[in-house]
Design a protein around this ligand. Structure first.
Ligand code: G3P
Length: 228
């Protein structure tokens, strides 16, 4: 698994869940570079946020996004102080609001990793980068859901960011619904995709792989050989 000092040379995969059993199982795949959570995913887990984030950070070396629940700057900063102390790989997730970006600017200045979430426009991605976000999270699926092309937004953001060589904000494609979102994001050159566990598992599958393997195994058995 790629950690902070072992960056992936290709698009990074984060898993979008707070289910620690799923994260443990997917971490064994060697494909996981990080984890994202949000208040809805924490609610779905039925667990205490601090306990679950601490546990996830012990499983995965890469960034683990933990989202603030406050909407005002002062309270966001108090919550961020608690979250960032949980583990060195905590990435504080903040909503794309004036207070969220103000908190992003302060935290980024302190060297804390930040993920600015709920991005639906290139203008929003621009101001998140100006606030020093480590990651910007545009939601492709939710744009598709309302009849807009989410992947066009990814292309637009990647294009804009590429104009500024010193810019370090990474495009983290969120709200992914299926493998086509993943490959389309990779074609555009997005830095990270955060995948629901079922979509990550779907990436392995092709019916011709299953059919081909069954054929190889049948022919192999007929030889009566064994390698070990
Ligand atoms: O975690 C943010 C994002 O990935 C949520 O996705 O499926 O709730 O639109 P979704």
């Amino acid at each position: 698994m790629a950690g902070p000092n072992n960056e992936s040379p290709i698009m990074k995969f984060f898993v979008d869940t707070a289910d620690t059993a799923e994260i443990k199982s997917l971490a064994e795949s060697g494909l996981l570079d990080g984890v994202t959570t949000n208040p809805s995913l924490i609610a779905k887990s039925g667990r205490n946020i601090l306990e679950v984030i601490r546990e996830i950070c012990a499983i995965v070396d890469g960034p683990v996004s933990a989202e603030v629940a406050a909407t005002d700057y002062e309270q966001m900063m108090r919550e961020a102080a608690v979250l960032k102390k949980l583990a060195p790989n905590v990435c504080v997730k903040l909503p794309l609001t004036p207070d969220g970006l103000r908190a992003c600017k302060t935290l980024s200045g302190e060297g804390v990793q930040t993920n600015v979430t709920l991005c639906f426009s290139a203008a929003q991605a621009l101001i998140a980068a100006k606030a020093g976000a480590t990651f910007i999270s545009p939601f492709v699926g939710r744009l598709d859901d309302i009849g807009q092309d989410g992947m066009e937004l990814i292309a637009e953001i990647v294009d804009i960011y590429s104009n500024y060589a010193a810019l370090e904000t990474q495009v983290l494609v969120a709200s992914i619904r299926h493998p086509i979102h993943v490959t389309a994001a990779a074609k555009i050159g997005a830095d990270v995709a955060t995948l629901p566990p079922n979509v990550l598992r779907m990436l392995y599958h092709h019916p011709l792989t299953d059919k081909g393997l069954a054929g190889f195994l049948k022919d192999w058995q007929a030889t009566g050989q064994s390698i070990v």
